[in-house]
Design a binder for this molecule. Structure first.
Ligand code: PMP
Length: 398
């Protein structure tokens, strides 16, 4: 059996989305900026896609959604745009973010620090939660931007975005949230949460790779990252990938409808809990960050005595795809930085396995995965020198 449990890294394109995209490779291939009928022939579906994107996050007609290449580009656009507008050409010099953001935020912040920008990296507590009051306390007179993710890619932990949005609004500070892991899993509403900039990426909600979006509130102009032609109203130069944009629009509609979100709760969350509870029956296993306040599809589990990489190998042999953490960092074998940030001890930090489900997973797949994991734990603990030699583990444990 094949089981894909790495949906926080990327998702399968929904077959309906693929069908929607196909005509744009051969039949409707004009450049949307051309004035002839080949160009304008792309417009109806692009307008429809914009409509679905606006509706999916409850944006207002007068706000902007810029189509980008991915969430990484959206995040870079916000941070570097704010740097140009409010720091280089303004009187602010401070950005607030968290220590558990995706590298497409933290690496840009590190770069901005080399340019003289002051960055505060807020800590999360042992449950991986960041409290809104920490944002309030970190605000200074010269704070230009607060950038806090909506949901964490490793743990699924959901941050208090509504409270943070209110704090930023009260203090007249621009607020960006990276909602890449939230869209399609929980309700995301830019009005309700006072969000000025919001990042999303189609391939995390069963759309194609290579396309993302950046919501920009009407009153929050931003210098572009890419200069060139007048595409996207001058906010992002370059010919848009029409097929991908159309696919992203439908993917957003399918992922954010009331029915879809109810399915995440009724089906995906139940499967995740079933998998998690079965693994927790194995002695010395813990959920990193605990069970509260998470997206319905994610669990990050530590199994003492079992290296994350070894477990991935065993799972892969049996047709199961999982991860030890973010795919963007998976080529280095450093301990998972998010787990370190949570204060996990260093052994635990090497034993994390992230299992992230989607609406396409089935109960049969989960039952199969439980069996495979139990067998893998038994095998790997038996050959683990550190686990086997600990006196408390001399009684054989699953
Ligand atoms: N932000 C978060 C929270 C993510 O999980 C990811 C992908 N792992 C990204 C940004 C980057 O997404 P993309 O691949 O679309 O650039």
């Amino acid at each position: 059996m094949e089981v894909y449990l790495d949906n926080n890294a990327t998702t399968m394109v929904d077959p309906l989305v693929l069908e929607e995209m196909k005509p744009f490779f051969c039949d409707i291939y004009g450049n949307p900026n051309s004035l002839h009928k080949f160009g304008s022939g792309t417009h109806p579906k692009m307008i429809e896609a914009f409509h679905y994107l606006y509706e999916g996050i409850n944006a207002k007609d007068e706000d902007d959604i810029i189509i980008t290449g991915n969430a990484t580009e959206s995040n870079n656009t916000v941070l570097k745009g704010i740097w140009i507008d409010k720091i280089l050409n303004g009187n602010k010099n401070h950005i607030i973010t968290s220590e558990v953001e995706h590298p497409s935020i933290t690496a840009v912040c590190k770069f901005l620090e080399t340019q003289g920008v002051e960055v505060t990296y807020l800590k999360v507590d042992n449950d991986g939660i960041l409290e809104a009051k920490n944002v309030q306390e970190a605000i200074k007179e010269n704070t230009a931007l607060v950038s806090i993710m909506w949901a964490n890619n490793e743990t699924g932990k959901i941050f208090p975005i509504k409270e943070i949005g209110q704090i930023c609004r009260d203090n007249k500070i621009a607020f960006h949230t990276d909602a890449t892991q939230a869209i399609g899993k929980i309700s995301v509403d830019v009005q309700d949460c006072n969000i000025d900039y919001l990042t999303f990426s189609a391939h995390k909600f069963h759309g194609p790779k290579g396309v993302g979006g950046l919501y920009v509130r009407k009153t929050c102009e931003l210098s572009p990252l890419l200069h060139g032609g007048e595409q996207m109203g001058g906010h992002r130069a370059g010919t848009v990938d029409v097929a991908c944009m159309v696919g992203m629009g439908l993917a957003m509609k399918l992922a954010t409808s009331a029915n879809a979100l109810a399915f995440e709760h009724d089906h995906v969350e139940k499967l995740r809990d079933c998998l998690e509870n079965a693994i927790l029956q194995i002695p010395e296993t813990i959920i990193i960050g605990g069970k509260n306040n998470r997206t319905p599809n994610t669990t990050l589990i530590s199994i003492r005595g079992v290296e994350g990489e070894s477990m991935l190998w065993d799972l892969n042999q049996k047709g199961i795809g999982a991860s030890t953490g973010s795919a963007c960092a998976s080529e280095d074998l450093e301990a998972n930085p998010v787990m370190n940030a949570f204060g996990s001890d260093s052994e635990l930090a090497h034993t994390g396995i992230r299992l992230s489900l989607s609406r396409f997973n089935t109960k049969e797949q989960i039952d199969y995965t439980i069996d495979v994991i139990k067998n893998a734990v038994a095998r790997l603990r038996k050959i683990s020198s550190s686990y086997a030699s600990a006196p408390e583990n001399h009684v054989s444990q699953l």
